[in-house]
Design a protein around this ligand. Structure first.
Ligand SMILES: Nc1nc2c(c(=O)[nH]1)N[C@H]1C(S)=C(S)[C@@H](COP(=O)(O)O)O[C@H]1N2
Ligand SMILES: [Mo]
Length: 331
C-alpha cells in the first residue's frame, strides 16, 4: 500500500499502551479523563488541524474532501458508548478488560455517505489513519481498518472530534477519528485521513492478518462486534470485607443491550440474577446484587452477562471469559 497523505511528525514512536485496569477506574458512570485508556500500535502523530483534511472516496458517485471546518457544517450528534480495547492482537484469548464509558461528539457517517452517493456494490467502509511505522516486526504505511456497511447503516458510527465535551487530545485521535460504538476499539481509527467505500475487506496487518478470531468448527471472523462482558467494581480483587450483608456491583456491556447478569458466590455451583440498569444509547450498564456471606475466609465471586442477542460469556478461553474476584471475608 502507498502513502496517501504527507507523514505527520510522531509525538511518540512505537506502541503506546496506557491502561488502568483496576476496577476502581470504572467507578464513574462516565469515565473521567484520568481513567481513560490510550492504545496506539505505531505511535502518536502530531497533526496540525489547519492543514488537515480527509477524503471520502472509492465506490462513490462524487468524491469529497472535508476539512475540520467542513465537518462542523454537518449536523452534530453525541453518543454515549462503552469503549473497549480487544486486548493484545498477538494473544487474543487473554482477557484484559480495558474499558471505559465515554461521550463522543461528531457527525454520523451516514450524513457523509448521503453526500457522496454510495455505489450499490459497496459492502465495506475502510478507514485510514495518518500514522505509520512498524508493529510486531511488520512495516505499516497506514493504520487501516474496515467495518461492514451494514453496521454504518444502523447509525451512531461517527467521525468524532470531541470526547466528554472537549476536543480530542492527540492521543485520542486529534483532530478527528472514526468511532464505531459497539465494536471493539481497534475499529475506531484515530487521526483519520481517508474513508473508502469498497466491495471487499482490505488486505493488511490489522484487517486480515491480526484481529481475526478463530471460530469453533473452523474459520475465522473479524474482531468487530463486542461480545458480552461484565466486571465487578465492588468488591475489588483481594478486598477484605466484613461479614455483614453488602451490595456487590459492577459494569456489564455488549454490542447488544445486556439482558441479564448472573452472579455466583460459590465458585460457579449456583448463580443468582442481579439487577441490571437499562442501557443509555450504547453505554455500559450497571448490575448489583445483595450478598450475605455464609462464612468467613477466602471467597470467590463471579459474574456472567448475557445479551439481548442470547450470547453469554464463556467460562474460560476467550477475551470475554467470566470474570472472577477473590476476596477475604473477616469475622
Ligand atoms: N490510527 C489508529 N487508530 C487506532 C489505533 C491505532 O493504533 N492507530 N488503535 C486502536 C485500538 S487497538 C484501540 S483499543 C483504540 C483506542 O482508542 P483510545 O486510545 O482513544 O482509547 O484506538 C484504535 N484506533
Ligand atoms: Mo485495542
Amino acid at each position: 500500500m502507498e502513502r496517501i497523505a504527507p507523514k505527520p511528525p510522531l509525538e511518540t514512536d512505537g506502541l503506546v499502551i496506557k491502561a488502568k485496569v483496576e476496577p476502581r477506574h470504572l467507578q464513574e458512570e462516565v469515565s473521567d479523563a484520568a481513567s481513560l485508556f490510550v492504545l496506539a500500535h505505531l505511535g502518536v502523530p502530531r497533526v496540525d488541524a489547519s492543514d488537515w483534511a480527509f477524503d471520502v472516496c472509492g465506490l462513490v458517485k462524487r468524491k469529497l474532501t472535508l476539512s475540520l471546518a467542513d465537518l462542523m457544517t454537518y449536523p452534530q450528534v453525541s453518543v454515549e458508548s462503552f469503549h473497549e480495547c480487544a486486548g493484545n492482537p498477538l494473544d487474543p484469548t487473554t482477557p484484559l478488560r480495558i474499558v471505559s464509558n465515554v461521550v463522543w461528539r461528531g457527525v454520523d457517517v451516514r450524513q457523509l455517505l448521503d453526500a457522496v452517493g454510495v455505489d450499490s456494490s459497496a459492502t465495506h467502509l475502510w478507514a485510514y489513519g495518518l500514522e505509520y511505522g512498524a508493529f510486531a516486526g511488520s512495516p505499516v504505511t497506514h493504520y487501516v481498518k474496515d467495518v461492514p456497511l451494514s453496521r454504518v447503516e444502523e447509525g451512531d458510527v461517527l467521525i468524532a472530534h470531541a470526547l466528554n465535551g472537549a476536543p480530542l487530545s492527540s492521543e485520542h485521535g486529534y483532530p478527528a477519528r472514526l468511532v464505531v460504538p459497539g465494536f471493539y476499539g481497534t475499529n475506531s481509527v484515530k487521526w483519520l485521513c481517508r474513508l473508502e467505500l469498497a466491495s471487499d475487506r482490505p488486505k493488511g496487518l490489522f484487517t486480515t492478518q491480526l484481529y481475526n478470531d478463530n471460530v469453533e468448527g473452523g474459520g475465522t471472523r473479524p474482531v468487530w462486534a463486542v461480545e458480552p462482558e461484565s466486571i465487578f467494581v465492588f468488591p475489588e480483587p483481594q478486598a477484605k470485607l466484613s461479614s455483614g450483608a453488602q451490595k456487590v456491583w459492577g459494569r456489564a456491556w455488549s454490542s447488544a443491550p445486556v439482558a441479564s447478569v448472573d452472579v455466583s458466590f460459590d465458585g460457579g455451583v449456583s448463580w443468582q440474577a442481579a439487577e441490571v440498569t437499562p442501557r443509555r444509547q450504547r453505554s455500559w450498564q450497571t448490575f448489583s446484587i445483595r450478598w450475605q456471606p455464609r462464612s468467613a475466609g477466602a471467597q470467590r465471586l463471579q459474574c456472567r452477562a448475557t445479551d439481548a442477542a442470547g450470547r453469554t460469556q464463556p467460562l474460560a478461553g476467550a477475551r470475554n471469559a467470566v470474570y472472577s474476584v477473590d476476596v477475604m471475608v473477616e469475622l
